[in-house]
Design a protein around this ligand. Sequence first.
Ligand code: GDP
Ligand code: MG
Length: 699
Amino acid sequence: MAKQINVALIGNPNTGKTSVFNALTGLNQKVGNYPGITVEKKEGICKLPKGLKAHIIDLPGTYSLNASSLDESVVIELLLNQQHKDFPDVAVVVTDVENLKRNLLLYTQIKDLEIPTILAINMADRMTYKGIQLDIPYLEKELQTKIALISTRKNKGIDHLKELITNYKALSTQACLEASEIDKPYFEGLQKAFPNQLLYKLWLVITQDVNFGTLERQDIDAIQDFKTKSKADLKRLQQKETIKRYQFINNTLKKGQTIDLSSAKDLRIKLDRILTHKVFGYLIFFGILMLIFQAIYDWAELPMEFIDGAFASLSEWVKASLPSGAFTDLVAEGVIPGIGGVVIFIPQIAFLFLFISILEETGYMSRVVFLMDKIMRRFGLSGKSVVPLMSGTACAIPAIMATRNIENWKERLITILVTPFTTCAARLPVYLIIIALVIPEGTLFGLSYKALTLMLLYLIGFVTAVLSAKLLNNILNIKSKSYFVVEMPNYKLPLFKNVALTVIEKTKSFVFGAGKIILAISIVLWFLASYGPGDQFNNAEEIITIEYANQNVSEDDLQQKIAAHKLEHSFIGITGRAIEPVIKPLGYDWKIGIALISSFAAREVFVGTLATIYSVGSDDEDTIKNRMAKEKHPVLGTPLFNLASGISLLLFYAFAMQCMSTLAIVKRETNSWKWPLYQLVIMTAFAYIVALIAYQVLK
Ligand code: GDP
Ligand code: MG
C-alpha cells in the first residue's frame, strides 16, 4: 500500500493557505468541523511522485503560537500532540512575499517545535510589481529549511513544493534561533527537570496553559523552582522572546531580501482612501450590497421556479406510474417535496457565496470590515456581520452560512442567533395577505398605510436583531478575543478556482448538513398533515359526499371540502385544535393554529394551508382573502381577521422562529442542538408575548 503522510498548512490569515490547499488537492477535499467545536476543518488528499500520498490539512489562520482565539488553539493543540492522528510529518508554513517579516514570526516558532518544516513563500507574482528580490539560497541557509517560491495565482512553483514534500525526510529539524537565551538559567533548570521534553514545548505549556500528552502545567508548577516566576515575569519573558525572534528575522531579511520601493505603486493607497471614506465608503458598500441582493433575487428566481416545477412534475409522475398506496404517497408527497425543499435553496446559496467569495478574494471585504467594525462592535457584532444581516432579508439559510467568515466565535454566534429576526422573503406572502385584510385604506405623508405597515415590519425585524445582539453581547459569557487586523491585504483579481471551490463547498455542506434535517422534518410534517386517527379522517370522503348529497356543489368544490375535512381531522388538525386555548388570547382560532403549525415547514405555507382549510383553490389569492374576510370569531361572532388579530399575527410572524430550515442550519453551523433550541423557545416565547399584548391592547 502506498504510504500516506500528514502535511499541515500553517500561516497567518490571508497568506494564501487555502489557495495552496486548493492547488494541492483540487476536488479531493472535504470540509468539516473540528470535533466538538465550530472551527472549520479542511482536509484533502494530494498525490505525490513515488506513489506517496499526502493528507493535507488547511489549518485556521494564526499569527503566532501564543493562542488568543479558538482558531489558534486548534493549531497549537495539533502541533503539541504527537499522538494526534493529524500530527504533521511535515509542516508547510505559507507566507506572503509582501509580508515576510510579520509572517516569519510564526515560522520561527514552528521551527522550535522541531517539526520538519518547509517555507512556502506565496504570491511570487507580486514581486516584480513590488520590486522585491529574494536571495533564496541565503534564506534557506539562515532559516534552516527548504523554500518553495510559489504563486497559486499563476500556478507556479506548486510542483517544486510537491517535490519538497515528497523529500520531507531531508528537511532539517533544527531550530533557527536560540530562544532560550532570553533567560538561560531558567531554561537550563527547566530542561534538567524534564530532560525528555522539548524545551520549547515546555515553554508553551507554561505560558499558554495548554496541555500536551500527559504533561500539564500543574506538573511543571509542582516543581518548586519554577514557581518563582510570577505571571508578570512570564509575560515579560514572552515579550523578550518575541523581540528576539524579530531581531533574528530582521537580520536575516536585511541580507536575504531587497525591496526597491520606487517601483511600488500607490494605486492601493488611492483606492483605500475612497473605499474606506467616511461617506463614500458607506455609499459604495451599500450600493454593492443592493446590487448583490437585486442579483440574488433576479438570478435565483428562474432556477428556483425551475426546481419547484421539476419536483412537482416528478411527484406527479411518481404518482401516475407507481401503484397507488401508502408507499407511493410517501414518496410522491413526502420525500420528493422534502428533497425539493432542500434543493430549492441552492440557487440563493450559490449566488450569495459567489458574491461573497469575490468580495473576499479581491480584498474588498477587509475594507468593509474596517469600515463597519466600529459601529457593529458596539452591538457585539463584527464588521462582517453586515453581510449575513442583509442577506437575511432574502433568506436566513444562506445568511447564517455566511457567518463563517467571522473569525471570532462569540461575534459569529451572536450573528447566527439574531439573523432570523430580519424579514426573510418567505414572510412576505403572509404579511401581504394579512395587511391586505386588516390594514385600512388611507395615506400618511403620501404613503399608504399598507406600505407603511410593511416598511415598519422590515424595520422592526432589523431593530430587534441589533438590539438582541446587544443584549446577547452582555449576557453570553464566552471568552474570545478579536483580531485587530491592522494590515489590509492588497487588491487582487479574484482567483476563479478559489471562487468556484467556495461555492461548491458551501452548497455541498448545506445539502448534506442541514438538508438531512430539513428532509426529515418535512416528511414528519407531511405525515402529520396526511394521516389522522378515527372515522372523521378515514371516512372523510363518504361523510362529505353524504353531507352535500342534496346540494348542488361542483366536483371541484366537493374535492376541496373533502381536503378541508381531512386536514381538520388529521394529526396536525387535532394539534391545531388542541393548541386553541393557548392561542385564543392572541385572537386566533384553531384554523389559524393549524396554519401556524404547518407553516413551520416554511412560512409561506401559511397561506396555502388556510386556503385548504377554507376550501378554496389555493392559486386564487383573492378568494382566500375574501374567504378570510368572511371568517367569524367562534365566540364573539365578529370578523376573525380584524385589526387586533391581524396585527397580532403579523407580529407573531415577525418574531417567531417559524422555520425548520433555519433550525437545521443553526444546528449545523453551531455544531449542537443547544443553540437552535434556545432560539426556538426564546423567539417563540417573545413572539407570543408581543402578539398577546398587541391583541389585548387593540381588541
Ligand atoms: P488564507 O487566508 O491563508 O487561506 O488565504 P487565501 O487562500 O484565502 O488567499 C488570500 C488572498 O490571497 C485571496 O484573495 C487569494 O486570491 C490571494 N492569493 C492567493 N494566492 C495568491 C498568489 O499566488 N498571488 C496573488 N497575487 N494572490 C494570491
Ligand atoms: Mg483560508
